[in-house]
Design a protein. Structure first.
Length: 500
């Protein structure tokens, strides 16, 4: 059967190893193929000469769609869009994804962007492709921002489709061997839901999905996940859901279905601690038995005043302990994500977080931590306050491109204040590492731990970071242990990158 035209979908490179093929583009490819378009998915992560390939394929293409996240990923998007406009000025360039959805007018102001697909794009991209094929105006296509004679037009938002009404993403377009070679594991990203009901002031999710939880049925999730694992020999499925267990009954039905299928694989997800705490110990064990190996939680802070500033009224410190305890019983690893430098946070607030999280690390060896400096992403609710506080707001794609994850744009966190925070984070991570790895440490490292752990805990309690002899000693023991490992050939646990 002849196709109606070729659509190129491009995913620019970003920091870190990929989970697998970009799920957002596979979802678009699925609906485009249903409408009988030929689809080419090009991922810069696995395509060594993606620009040359896109140039060749663009000769007879209907359009190029580019998915964009805020940050360095924008660089690759600009490179390809500007180059294709120079070579094929007639070829429509479509931007979609989180960043263009949050800043559609700003994105559309760029000379190399013709169309922005806002929000859920599976149906929108098909209607855009059909209009381009028929040389019709894009006027009237919901969810589209577009240019006509130099004027920027923003059509009405598209009504959100239930996920169960959309087809399975086109996983068959994935080069699984290429991703496995790059990441060292055979895994995929998969989404059972989108959206989160909470309204955290720093989060773009609430702006993008407007607090709507939109989920696949448990039966479909089990069927698709087990089929993908079996068909493509997948070892791990990383759920991309914003908050997987919002519907507890559905989450547990998925775990039961996977367990009953007999298909063995690891799966991971993100959640908030309040939902996990509503599960019984047996229900959390069910998650572990079904293959859940890791859960990530946006705990952010343990200071009640900071949590209030963040509008995280659903977040309770006792539930962080309970989450760690239940996950430990089930043999599930946990990561607590932390945010430092939030507007209004004080040194005392940080000290509370360091002390509480250190206590959790001492009690529960399954817990690790991911500390970050607050990053103000586009569209978040507190931008008016941030502007008043002097935070420089990027304008245009190129300025947003220079904002890597964790970049410090905060005028109140500079110089000695920033150095102090970074030093305290080093102490915190070193202490947490010792709590997790005591049984696996060499005798030399255990001796070092014995000498320095009490002083480190005192520093975390008192917020004292002068003369960091403990860090110097830890680094020295790392170097000495490394020399010994070169002789014995044994692998040794490493200090956190920030502490070395």
């Amino acid at each position: 059967m002849l196709t109606r035209g070729k659509v190129i979908l491009f995913y620019p490179a970003y920091d870190g190893p990929p989970l697998g093929a970009p799920l957002c583009l596979l979802a678009l490819a699925s609906t485009l193929r249903q409408a009988n378009f030929d689809v080419l998915v090009i991922d810069a992560a696995i395509e060594p000469d993606y620009r040359t390939r896109i140039e060749c394929e663009a000769v007879d293409a209907l359009c190029i769609g580019i998915s964009v996240l805020t940050g360095p990923m924008i660089k690759g998007a600009i490179e390809i869009a500007a180059a294709m406009k120079g070579i094929h000025p007639w070829l429509p360039i479509i931007f979609g994804g989180w960043h263009p959805t949050l800043l559609p007018d700003e994105t559309l102001s760029e000379p190399f962007v013709d169309v922005v697909v806002r929000g859920q794009g599976e149906i929108t991209i098909v209607e855009v492709a059909e209009a381009l094929l028929a040389k019709r105006s894009l006027d009237g296509i919901a969810g589209v921002s577009w240019k006509s004679r130099g004027r920027r037009n923003h059509n009405v938002d598209r009504r959100v489709e239930p996920l169960d009404a959309l087809p399975v993403p086109a996983f068959d377009l994935t080069d699984f061997e290429a991703y496995e070679k790059l990441s060292g594991a055979r895994k995929i990203g998969y989404a059972t839901s989108v959206g989160c009901p909470y309204a955290c002031n720093y989060c773009t999710d609430m702006v993008f999905y407007k607090r709507r939880f939109n989920a696949l049925s448990a039966e479909r999730v089990v069927s698709e996940m087990t089929d993908l694992v079996t068909r493509y020999r997948i070892q791990e499925v990383a759920l991309l859901d914003s908050n997987f267990p919002v519907n507890l009954g559905r989450a547990l039905d998925i775990a039961r279905g996977i367990l009953a299928s007999g298909v063995k694989f690891r799966w991971t997800f993100q959640a908030s601690t309040d939902f996990l705490c509503r599960m019984s110990e047996d229900e959390v064990r069910l998650l572990g038995n079904s293959g859940v190996s890791h859960m990530g939680f946006g705990t952010e802070s343990t200071s009640e005043s900071v949590l209030k500033l963040m509008n995280k009224r659903h977040q309770r410190v006792n539930e962080m302990y309970e989450t760690a305890r239940k996950a430990n019983l089930a043999g599930i690893r946990v990561t607590f994500n932390l945010i430092f430098g939030y507007p209004g946070e004080t040194e005392a607030d940080r000290s509370i977080t360091f002390q509480t999280m250190s206590d959790i690390a001492r009690q529960f060896p399954n817990v690790s931590f991911s500390p970050n400096i607050f990053t103000p992403y586009p569209g978040i609710p507190i931008w008016p306050q941030l502007r008043e506080l002097g935070v420089p707001e990027p304008h245009g794609l190129r300025e947003w491109m220079d904002m890597p994850l964790g970049a410090n744009m905060l005028p109140w966190l500079k110089g000695k204040e920033l150095a102090r925070l970074e030093r305290m984070v080093e102490y915190f991570l070193l202490n947490s590492q010792f709590c997790r790895q005591t049984a696996r440490l060499s005798s030399l490292r255990r001796a070092v731990q014995f000498v320095i752990q009490s002083p480190i805990r005192w520093r975390l309690r008192s917020s004292q970071c002068f003369f960091p002899w403990e860090l110097w000693l830890a680094r020295l023991s790392e170097r000495l242990a490394l020399r010994r490992s070169l002789v014995t050939g044994q692998d040794l646990p490493k200090l956190p990158a920030g502490a070395c």
